[in-house]
Design a protein. Structure first.
Length: 143
């Protein structure tokens, strides 16, 4: 595993962890049972992808991404601010779609900057991006 592989997998880990934390932070604001179920399903899939990236890194004795408490506070603060005046199903779906788009962008940038990464790391990154795109399509029905 080369440095580019490590960086791609760390980005997958960071991205999926952020998605899980966002879903956990917003879940108590969801009033629509169908959306709540969809977010739970997404949470499980993001967790599986996160674990896959961590397993690949630790198997090669590579350092994993270490999040800061500040990141978590900023995320929950942003969610609280963005749902303070409007926590409708449509607004929550919109926020989640924006998060998915940010995730796709960060993965694209990482893949472009680390083009020497091998197939295994790139496949996990593409799997994440494909999943995020599917999430966006499913969340559009709640707008």
């Amino acid at each position: 595993m080369n440095k580019d592989d490590t960086e791609i997998l760390k980005e997958v880990q960071k991205n999926t962890r952020m998605a899980v934390k966002a879903i956990e932070a917003i879940s108590d604001k969801v009033c629509n049972d169908k959306l709540s179920y969809e977010l739970s399903r997404e949470n499980l899939s993001f967790s599986k992808l996160h674990n896959k990236a961590v397993d690949m890194l630790t198997r090669e004795s590579k350092d994993v991404y270490h999040p800061s408490a500040v990141e978590d506070m900023m995320l929950s603060g942003a969610i609280n601010m963005n749902t303070m005046l409007n926590n409708s199903t449509s607004r929550i779906a919109e926020l989640m779609i924006q998060g998915n788009n940010r995730g796709i962008l960060s993965m694209c940038k990482s893949m472009n900057h680390h083009d020497n990464a091998g197939n295994m790391a790139m496949e996990v990154a593409k799997e994440l991006m494909d999943f995020e795109e599917k999430c966006i399509e499913k969340l559009k029905e709640y707008l």
